[in-house]
Design a protein around this ligand. Structure first.
Ligand SMILES: C[S@@+](CC[C@H](N)C(=O)[O-])C[C@H]1O[C@@H](n2cnc3c(N)ncnc32)[C@H](O)[C@@H]1O
Length: 216
Protein backbone atom coordinates (compact mmCIF):
# COMPACT_ATOMS: atom_id res chain seq x y z
CA UNK A 1 0.00 0.00 0.00
CA UNK A 2 1.21 3.55 -0.78
CA UNK A 3 2.29 5.79 2.08
CA UNK A 4 -0.34 8.41 3.00
CA UNK A 5 0.14 11.61 5.00
CA UNK A 6 -1.25 11.89 8.54
CA UNK A 7 -4.57 13.79 8.76
CA UNK A 8 -2.92 16.93 10.20
CA UNK A 9 -0.46 17.08 7.27
CA UNK A 10 -3.23 16.58 4.74
CA UNK A 11 -5.25 19.29 6.50
CA UNK A 12 -2.28 21.70 6.32
CA UNK A 13 -1.86 20.89 2.60
CA UNK A 14 -5.54 21.54 1.93
CA UNK A 15 -5.48 24.79 3.90
CA UNK A 16 -2.46 26.13 1.99
CA UNK A 17 -2.81 28.42 -1.01
CA UNK A 18 -1.83 26.63 -4.20
CA UNK A 19 -2.88 24.63 -7.20
CA UNK A 20 -2.43 20.95 -6.48
CA UNK A 21 -5.62 18.92 -5.95
CA UNK A 22 -5.78 16.39 -3.12
CA UNK A 23 -5.53 13.20 -5.23
CA UNK A 24 -2.39 14.44 -6.97
CA UNK A 25 -1.01 15.49 -3.59
CA UNK A 26 -1.48 11.96 -2.29
CA UNK A 27 0.42 10.56 -5.29
CA UNK A 28 3.16 13.15 -4.75
CA UNK A 29 3.45 12.15 -1.10
CA UNK A 30 3.63 8.44 -1.89
CA UNK A 31 6.39 9.04 -4.45
CA UNK A 32 8.36 11.32 -2.10
CA UNK A 33 8.12 8.70 0.65
CA UNK A 34 9.37 5.98 -1.67
CA UNK A 35 12.23 8.12 -2.98
CA UNK A 36 13.16 9.09 0.57
CA UNK A 37 14.46 5.55 1.05
CA UNK A 38 17.44 6.43 -1.13
CA UNK A 39 18.61 8.73 1.68
CA UNK A 40 19.10 11.67 -0.70
CA UNK A 41 17.46 15.13 -0.71
CA UNK A 42 14.05 15.66 -2.33
CA UNK A 43 13.75 18.76 -4.56
CA UNK A 44 10.85 20.64 -6.06
CA UNK A 45 10.91 23.41 -8.65
CA UNK A 46 7.96 25.75 -8.04
CA UNK A 47 7.33 26.50 -4.38
CA UNK A 48 4.64 29.18 -4.79
CA UNK A 49 3.03 29.39 -1.30
CA UNK A 50 4.23 25.97 -0.11
CA UNK A 51 1.20 23.76 -0.71
CA UNK A 52 3.08 20.86 -2.32
CA UNK A 53 6.18 21.62 -0.21
CA UNK A 54 4.26 20.53 2.89
CA UNK A 55 4.03 17.00 1.51
CA UNK A 56 7.67 16.87 0.46
CA UNK A 57 8.72 18.21 3.84
CA UNK A 58 6.76 15.62 5.76
CA UNK A 59 8.09 12.78 3.59
CA UNK A 60 11.61 14.18 4.06
CA UNK A 61 11.13 14.36 7.83
CA UNK A 62 10.05 10.70 7.93
CA UNK A 63 13.03 9.63 5.79
CA UNK A 64 15.57 11.77 7.70
CA UNK A 65 16.49 13.74 4.57
CA UNK A 66 16.04 17.38 3.54
CA UNK A 67 13.41 18.81 1.20
CA UNK A 68 14.64 21.55 -1.12
CA UNK A 69 12.32 23.94 -2.91
CA UNK A 70 13.27 26.34 -5.68
CA UNK A 71 11.39 29.52 -6.66
CA UNK A 72 12.17 33.15 -7.41
CA UNK A 73 8.81 33.89 -5.74
CA UNK A 74 7.84 36.42 -8.41
CA UNK A 75 5.23 34.14 -9.96
CA UNK A 76 4.84 32.44 -13.33
CA UNK A 77 3.40 34.11 -16.42
CA UNK A 78 -0.16 32.94 -15.76
CA UNK A 79 -0.03 34.21 -12.14
CA UNK A 80 0.75 37.83 -13.03
CA UNK A 81 -1.87 40.61 -12.69
CA UNK A 82 -4.53 40.33 -15.38
CA UNK A 83 -4.06 36.58 -15.85
CA UNK A 84 -6.41 33.77 -14.79
CA UNK A 85 -4.26 32.49 -11.92
CA UNK A 86 -3.47 35.84 -10.35
CA UNK A 87 -4.11 36.25 -6.63
CA UNK A 88 -3.89 39.94 -5.59
CA UNK A 89 -2.93 38.88 -2.05
CA UNK A 90 0.42 37.65 -3.38
CA UNK A 91 1.49 41.16 -4.46
CA UNK A 92 4.01 43.07 -2.30
CA UNK A 93 2.35 46.51 -2.11
CA UNK A 94 5.67 48.28 -1.58
CA UNK A 95 7.06 46.97 -4.86
CA UNK A 96 3.91 46.22 -6.79
CA UNK A 97 5.42 42.82 -7.64
CA UNK A 98 4.36 39.31 -6.66
CA UNK A 99 6.19 37.92 -3.64
CA UNK A 100 5.02 34.51 -2.46
CA UNK A 101 7.91 34.02 -0.03
CA UNK A 102 6.09 35.42 3.07
CA UNK A 103 3.05 33.18 2.46
CA UNK A 104 5.35 30.19 1.90
CA UNK A 105 7.15 30.83 5.20
CA UNK A 106 3.85 31.16 7.07
CA UNK A 107 2.57 27.92 5.52
CA UNK A 108 5.63 25.92 6.56
CA UNK A 109 5.81 27.41 10.04
CA UNK A 110 2.13 26.74 10.69
CA UNK A 111 2.57 23.13 9.55
CA UNK A 112 5.56 22.73 11.91
CA UNK A 113 7.84 21.72 9.03
CA UNK A 114 10.35 24.57 8.80
CA UNK A 115 13.24 22.44 10.04
CA UNK A 116 12.91 19.96 7.20
CA UNK A 117 13.03 22.38 4.26
CA UNK A 118 15.69 24.53 2.63
CA UNK A 119 14.22 27.23 0.40
CA UNK A 120 16.36 28.13 -2.59
CA UNK A 121 15.23 31.58 -3.71
CA UNK A 122 16.27 32.38 -7.25
CA UNK A 123 15.90 31.39 -10.87
CA UNK A 124 15.78 27.67 -11.36
CA UNK A 125 18.39 27.37 -14.17
CA UNK A 126 20.82 29.60 -12.26
CA UNK A 127 20.61 27.39 -9.15
CA UNK A 128 20.70 24.14 -11.16
CA UNK A 129 23.88 25.29 -12.90
CA UNK A 130 25.82 25.36 -9.63
CA UNK A 131 24.11 22.33 -8.06
CA UNK A 132 26.33 19.31 -7.34
CA UNK A 133 24.49 16.90 -5.02
CA UNK A 134 22.61 13.84 -6.30
CA UNK A 135 18.88 13.94 -5.62
CA UNK A 136 16.49 11.10 -4.85
CA UNK A 137 13.49 12.99 -6.20
CA UNK A 138 12.92 15.96 -8.50
CA UNK A 139 9.42 17.43 -8.89
CA UNK A 140 9.07 19.90 -11.78
CA UNK A 141 6.23 22.39 -11.23
CA UNK A 142 7.80 25.72 -12.22
CA UNK A 143 7.22 27.90 -15.28
CA UNK A 144 4.99 26.37 -17.96
CA UNK A 145 6.48 27.90 -21.11
CA UNK A 146 8.63 25.62 -23.29
CA UNK A 147 11.71 27.66 -22.36
CA UNK A 148 11.09 27.28 -18.61
CA UNK A 149 9.96 23.66 -18.61
CA UNK A 150 12.90 22.59 -20.82
CA UNK A 151 15.38 24.53 -18.70
CA UNK A 152 14.01 22.87 -15.55
CA UNK A 153 14.35 19.43 -17.14
CA UNK A 154 17.85 20.12 -18.48
CA UNK A 155 18.95 21.71 -15.21
CA UNK A 156 17.58 19.22 -12.69
CA UNK A 157 16.98 15.84 -14.35
CA UNK A 158 20.75 15.18 -14.61
CA UNK A 159 20.88 15.25 -10.79
CA UNK A 160 18.30 12.47 -10.31
CA UNK A 161 20.23 9.53 -8.87
CA UNK A 162 19.99 6.01 -10.25
CA UNK A 163 16.63 4.60 -9.11
CA UNK A 164 15.47 8.11 -8.12
CA UNK A 165 12.17 9.65 -9.22
CA UNK A 166 11.39 12.48 -11.63
CA UNK A 167 7.89 13.95 -11.32
CA UNK A 168 6.30 16.33 -13.80
CA UNK A 169 3.13 18.26 -13.04
CA UNK A 170 0.49 19.59 -15.47
CA UNK A 171 1.08 16.97 -18.16
CA UNK A 172 -1.86 17.25 -20.56
CA UNK A 173 -1.61 14.97 -23.62
CA UNK A 174 -4.87 16.37 -25.04
CA UNK A 175 -4.68 20.11 -25.90
CA UNK A 176 -8.35 20.54 -24.98
CA UNK A 177 -7.56 19.68 -21.33
CA UNK A 178 -4.60 21.98 -20.87
CA UNK A 179 -4.90 25.35 -19.16
CA UNK A 180 -1.30 26.59 -19.06
CA UNK A 181 0.08 25.01 -22.25
CA UNK A 182 1.55 21.65 -23.18
CA UNK A 183 5.22 22.31 -22.41
CA UNK A 184 5.21 19.92 -19.41
CA UNK A 185 3.76 17.21 -21.70
CA UNK A 186 6.59 17.77 -24.19
CA UNK A 187 9.15 17.50 -21.36
CA UNK A 188 7.51 14.28 -20.17
CA UNK A 189 7.77 12.81 -23.71
CA UNK A 190 11.37 13.92 -23.94
CA UNK A 191 12.22 12.20 -20.64
CA UNK A 192 10.67 8.93 -21.84
CA UNK A 193 12.29 9.17 -25.29
CA UNK A 194 15.70 9.73 -23.68
CA UNK A 195 15.64 6.12 -22.48
CA UNK A 196 16.86 7.36 -19.09
CA UNK A 197 13.42 7.39 -17.42
CA UNK A 198 10.58 4.86 -17.22
CA UNK A 199 7.01 5.70 -16.26
CA UNK A 200 5.92 4.49 -12.82
CA UNK A 201 2.47 6.06 -12.48
CA UNK A 202 0.08 8.72 -13.73
CA UNK A 203 -2.43 10.50 -11.49
CA UNK A 204 -4.35 12.98 -13.58
CA UNK A 205 -1.73 15.50 -14.70
CA UNK A 206 1.02 14.23 -12.36
CA UNK A 207 3.51 11.81 -13.93
CA UNK A 208 6.03 9.81 -11.90
CA UNK A 209 9.09 8.48 -13.74
CA UNK A 210 12.06 6.52 -12.43
CA UNK A 211 15.66 6.81 -13.56
CA UNK A 212 16.47 3.48 -15.15
CA UNK A 213 19.30 4.60 -17.44
CA UNK A 214 22.01 7.22 -17.79
CA UNK A 215 21.70 10.72 -19.25
CA UNK A 216 18.62 12.84 -19.91
C1 LIG B 1 2.50 26.38 -10.52
S1 LIG B 1 3.39 27.30 -9.33
C2 LIG B 1 3.93 26.08 -8.20
C3 LIG B 1 2.79 25.49 -7.42
C4 LIG B 1 3.16 24.71 -6.19
N1 LIG B 1 4.02 23.57 -6.50
C5 LIG B 1 1.90 24.24 -5.48
O1 LIG B 1 1.66 23.03 -5.39
O2 LIG B 1 1.13 25.09 -5.03
C6 LIG B 1 4.86 27.69 -10.22
C7 LIG B 1 5.92 28.47 -9.45
O3 LIG B 1 7.13 28.43 -10.23
C8 LIG B 1 7.83 29.64 -10.05
N2 LIG B 1 8.70 29.81 -11.20
C9 LIG B 1 8.35 29.95 -12.51
N3 LIG B 1 9.44 30.04 -13.28
C10 LIG B 1 10.52 29.96 -12.45
C11 LIG B 1 11.94 30.00 -12.65
N4 LIG B 1 12.48 30.11 -13.86
N5 LIG B 1 12.73 29.89 -11.56
C12 LIG B 1 12.20 29.77 -10.32
N6 LIG B 1 10.87 29.73 -10.07
C13 LIG B 1 10.04 29.82 -11.12
C14 LIG B 1 6.76 30.70 -9.93
O4 LIG B 1 7.25 31.81 -9.23
C15 LIG B 1 5.63 29.95 -9.21
O5 LIG B 1 5.62 30.22 -7.83
Amino acid sequence: MSAAPKPEILAAFEAAKGFMPRHEGLALYAAATEAGRLGLPLLEVGTYCGRSTILLADAARAAGVTALTVDHHRGSEEQQPGWDYHDPDTVDPALGLMDTLPAFRRTLHTAGLEDHVVALVGRSPQIAKIWGTPLGFVFIDGGHTDAHASADYEGWAPHVADGGLLLIHDVFPDPKDEFTGQAPYRVYLRALESGAFTEVSATDSLRVLRRTGAGI
